[in-house]
Design a protein around this ligand. Structure first.
Ligand SMILES: *Cc1c(COP(=O)(O)O)cnc(C)c1O
Length: 381
């Protein structure tokens, strides 16, 4: 079955007894047992819930993994995955990663003895050089947030496999592309993470997170952590997520078409000095992107020629909304240095290029002429 078909079938007729096309919202905390020693397969909704099961199975199918796990947020999903590791373990992670991922590692997991090296994962050599005997995982974002750098998932998986005695997991935060455009497990990765709050749900109306893994033993461990720590996604939000996923393919096609047009328009703009979008011919990661994904997504960043301009743009936009987050049908614009990446120290931010002239755009599915006209009037000096 092709991926667009699998997407539409999210949660289709999971309630066999009624044949309901849409998965019902099983708003229940607990389940009656038929008799002692017999179970329906459900006992308590932290452990399992039929609505959650539908979305977890959907994600496992879309990412071509063994099992999926739904969490209360993307950060809860990332936290659950980090709990796989122990004091003394070392991780390698993309340096321009999501600000919240940096924060949870830098401020919380260091307290529990995890250490992390942040590197430019678009440079495979840097990943190799960061390996230590205690390295247990390589965490990738590709494309990165907000600079849209591309990591070669296959090449990095090969490094992890060669590296040594202990297995090194390759973990990919696939939020920016979604399984419609990129399936890291098929490229050799061990674990995929999503903030489902973005493209998967797609309407800026739910916060949720997902994990999918391929190896049954790894799935068992993640399932244990999910049940033990309990940051699960509630049935109502599972239903919203299922509903959102059904249109993922058609939404992403439009996001991408619009993003490509906006990126090309921005490159011609006199006040714009740089555009980061992997669909642009001169994007340094384009060849790898073409090899490992089937598209470029709807996210882009651009640099304006004066630090006065971002505030003006954010004040003047009308079609675009000045808001954090991404991946919904509405176009959103944000200012990473202050908004999404505030927890990354200024010196690191500046080295990464997350400057006070950088704006990030989540291109929505509005008519692209309206998006461009809005940007044009907002950028006018
Ligand atoms: C938003 C986001 C997260 C965090 O997800 P939440 O659902 O907001 O907790 C993690 N990674 C990436 C790439 C994101 O964009």
């Amino acid at each position: 079955m092709k991926i667009s078909t699998k997407i539409v079938r999210a949660g289709l007729v999971t309630d066999k007894s009624t044949g309901a096309i849409s998965t019902p919202i099983y708003q229940t905390a607990t389940f009656r047992h038929p008799e002692l020693g017999r179970s329906t397969g459900y006992d308590y909704s932290r452990s399992q819930n039929p609505t959650r099961k539908a979305v977890e199975e959907t994600l496992a199918a879309l990412e071509e993994g063994q099992a999926g796990f739904a969490f209360a947020s993307g950060m809860a999903a990332i936290t659950a995955v980090l709990m796989l590791y122990r004091p003394g373990d070392h991780l390698i992670i993309t340096e321009d990663c999501y600000g919240g991922t940096y924060r949870v590692l830098d401020k919380l997991f260091t307290q529990f003895g995890l250490s992390a090296t942040f590197v430019d994962t678009s440079d495979t050599q840097q990943v190799r050089q960061a390996l230590q005997p205690a390295t247990k995982a390589i965490i990738l974002e590709t494309p990165t947030n907000p600079l849209m750098k591309i990591a070669d998932i296959k090449a990095i998986t090969a490094i992890a496999r060669e590296a040594g005695a202990q297995p090194i997991h390759v973990i990919v935060d696939n939020t920016f592309l979604s399984p419609y455009l990129q399936r890291p497990l098929t490229l050799g990765a061990d674990i995929v993470i999503h903030s489902g709050s973005k493209y998967l749900s797609g309407h800026n109306d739910v916060v949720c997170g997902l994990v999918v893994a391929g190896d049954p033993l790894l799935c068992e461990k993640i399932g244990f952590i999910q049940n033990a720590t309990g940051s699960i996604l509630g049935p109502q939000d599972c239903w919203l997520l299922l509903r959102g996923i059904k249109t993922l393919a058609i939404r992403l096609r439009q996001h991408e078409k619009n993003a490509q047009a906006v990126a090309e328009w921005l490159t011609q703009h006199p006040s714009v000095t740089k555009v980061y979008y992997p669909g642009l011919k001169d994007h340094p990661g384009k060849a790898i992107q073409d090899a490992q994904a089937t598209g470029y997504g709807g996210m882009l960043s651009f640099v304006v020629d004066h630090p006065r301009l971002p505030a003006q743009v954010l004040r003047k936009v009308k079609v675009l909304q000045f808001a954090e987050s991404l991946g919904g049908v509405e176009s959103l614009i944000t200012f990473p240095a202050i908004q999404t990446h505030a927890d990354i120290p200024v010196t690191i931010r500046e080295r990464l290029g997350i400057s006070d002239c950088l704006l990030r755009l989540s291109v929505g599915i509005e008519d692209v002429e309206d998006i461009i006209a809005d940007l044009a009037q907002a950028l006018e000096q």
